[in-house]
Design a protein around this ligand. Structure first.
Ligand code: FES
Ligand code: FES
Length: 187
């Protein structure tokens, strides 16, 4: 017979109770996260980084690993519409929330205005910082459709470009504001 402790059934010999699970032991349950508009299941390892889960579990490699310490912005995603750093988030923290990566910014196969402006002006050199810049700029335009140059610089100050292509990047964000205005004017 399995003994009871204060009314709680004790684990069977050889089995672990919930409080005895090892901290890094993966759970098979999976966590539900809305990624780019689709419900996805991600392994619910307690310490699993969202950045690695996006890249390795879901194949969304547009989100880049730069510093891994919250300093470079290469891993910028949108979390419930707000910019966030995937390297600083655990999967558990985004359960049931909406994550948008650079792959999710295009609508119906069409690039969004920021993506179009970056392509039009060639606002990249190696391109490593570009997804994070594009995601961050998309969030800026959602709040401020025609941002000033100083607003753009302020919004992008956490996103580093090792190629120092900042002038072209700022021009591209300005251009994105124009393109977005043209698009909304045609509706
Ligand atoms: S990789 Fe996340 S901020 Fe640098
Ligand atoms: S274009 Fe190379 S890091 Fe920005």
């Amino acid at each position: 017979m399995v003994p009871r402790l204060h009314g709680v059934r004790a684990p069977r010999p050889g089995r672990r109770g919930p409080s005895q699970a090892t901290p890094e032991e993966p759970s098979t349950a999976g966590l539900r996260v809305i990624v780019n508009g689709e419900a996805r299941s991600l392994p619910s390892e307690p310490g699993r980084s969202l950045l690695y889960a996006l890249r390795e579990e879901l194949g969304l490699t547009g989100t880049k690993y730069g510093c891994g310490e919250g300093e470079c912005g290469a891993c910028t995603i949108l979390l419930d519409g707000q910019p966030a750093l995937a390297c600083q988030l655990k999967v558990k923290e985004v359960e049931h929330r909406k994550v948008t990566t650079v792959e999710g910014l295009s609508v119906g196969g069409l690039l969004n205005p920021v993506q179009r402006a970056f392509a039009e002006l060639g606002a990249f050199q190696c391109g490593y910082c570009t997804p994070g810049m594009v995601v961050r700029a998309t969030a800026l335009l959602a709040e401020s459709p025609r941002p000033s140059r100083s607003e753009i610089c302020e919004a992008l100050e956490g996103n580093l470009c090792r190629c120092c292509g900042y002038a072209a990047i700022v021009r591209a964000v300005e251009r994105a504001g124009e393109l977005a205005g043209e698009t909304s004017g045609r509706r």
